[in-house]
Design a protein around this ligand. Structure first.
Ligand SMILES: [Zn+2]
Length: 101
């Protein structure tokens, strides 16, 4: 099925993504902008051997997300994800969105 075998699962991106997002992105559900598959980000295929980190859809292998650190800047390209949906029920009250308290 896949021409690539050197990827990790989406949990491998947790460290890099936690530097940008206050909430754990790997637990979010996302929709692939190419094929429409909805999966947890942790189910994505993560390639760490590129200049940055590349997340690919487990269903169609299109790029969901790219993250590259260049000197003092981080470039995050998420055009391959239509949306991310987060379960905020386990967050502390101060971390929850204002309309869910
Ligand atoms: Zn896809």
């Amino acid at each position: 099925m896949t021409a690539h075998a050197n990827y990790l699962d989406g949990n491998a991106a947790a460290g890099e993504l936690s530097r940008i997002f206050a909430i754990d992105v790997t637990s979010a559900e996302g929709k692939c902008a190419h094929c429409g598959t909805i999966k947890r980000f942790a189910d994505a295929q993560i390639y760490m051997d590129a200049p940055g980190l590349v997340a690919r859809c487990v269903a169609c292998e299109h790029v969901l997300l790219r993250l590259v650190n260049i000197r003092q800047r981080t470039l995050l390209d998420v055009r391959g994800i239509t949306y991310l949906s987060f379960d905020t029920s386990a967050l502390s009250d101060s971390a929850k969105p204002a309309d869910s308290a």
